[in-house]
Design a protein around this ligand. Structure first.
Ligand SMILES: Nc1nc2c(ncn2[C@@H]2O[C@H](COP(=O)(O)OP(=O)(O)OP(=O)(O)O)[C@@H](O)[C@H]2O)c(=O)[nH]1
Ligand SMILES: [Mg+2]
Length: 234
């Protein structure tokens, strides 16, 4: 039996967060659900706690939030699942992500929203295109097949800790995919469905500034790790 921790970065997600936490528990897979409150000035933390999450705090930045969540997982944890706190990922797909790792067949299982069913409007053109482009570049560099930079993913805790993750903002997801690929891990991509956020306000894809900042960081991340491919610890 594997011990599974769920890590959910959340910044001002008081509307959707309780539903996300409850849907995670409903799968009966996690042993703990950790919500990383990323400096919210609304009731995100209270609502997450009321739904049964362990809440930890972190300074702003998507990657900082994910890293704080990883530091907070229990010592028994074997598998860490990440998903967003806005209700757009579908936690009912958690078995497809976790079971292949629990069975010892894979180290890293990532969802693909572009291969799953997407609610109209849940992903914009830039998100679909950047995920495909990054996947294509990584296939050339490492011979892996990724079709998305989906935030919904599961990874063995021990391998993630060896990655010594550096990206503090929107590069976190891509850094993990690149390090998994160049480490030669057993990687599986599975289709997952995707919805429009179930409340609250978009901080990234819904705004021009968010799209630009995230896009620039993703390109910088790609160059940072593609040009320095020797080890996973830098
Ligand atoms: N933008 C941003 N999001 C954060 C941060 N910390 C945690 N998050 C969470 O990261 C997830 C992704 O952000 P979203 O605002 O949903 O961005 P998005 O998915 O591009 O935009 P949507 O179209 O609204 O889904 C959400 O769960 C946020 O609450 C942060 O510092 N900045
Ligand atoms: Mg979102």
């Amino acid at each position: 039996m594997s011990n599974v921790s769920v890590v959910i970065p959340a910044l001002n997600e008081e509307e959707p967060i309780a539903g996300v936490v409850r849907e995670c528990w409903a799968t009966k897979i996690p042993d703990e659900v950790i919500v990383v409150d990323n400096g919210s000035d609304d009731r995100t933390a209270d609502r997450a706690r009321a739904a049964g999450a362990h809440v930890v705090k972190a300074p702003r930045g998507y990657g900082r939030a994910c890293a704080a969540g990883v530091r907070a997982v229990s010592p028994e944890s074997d598998i860490i699942v990440f998903l967003d706190g806005d209700g757009s990922d579908c936690p009912e797909f958690m078995p497809q992500l976790v079971n292949p790792i629990a069975a010892g067949k894979f180290d890293f299982v990532i969802g693909s929203r572009t291969r799953g069913q997407r609610e109209p409007g849940s992903m914009n053109f830039q998100q679909i295109f950047s995920g495909r482009l990054a996947g294509w570049l990584m296939s050339i560099l490492y011979g892996v097949r990724y079709t998305d930079m989906c935030p919904f993913r599961a990874i063995r805790r021990d391998v993630l800790e060896k990655f010594s993750m550096k990206e503090e903002t929107y590069g976190w997801n891509l850094e993990m995919q690149m390090k998994a690929a160049r480490a030669g891990l057993q990687i599986l991509e599975v289709p997952v469905n995707h919805r429009c956020r179930t409340g609250g306000i978009s901080k990234v894809s819904g705004t021009l500034r968010g799209t630009f900042v995230a896009g620039a960081r993703i390109i910088a991340t790609f160059l940072r790790f593609a040009l320095k491919p020797q080890t996973n610890t830098d």
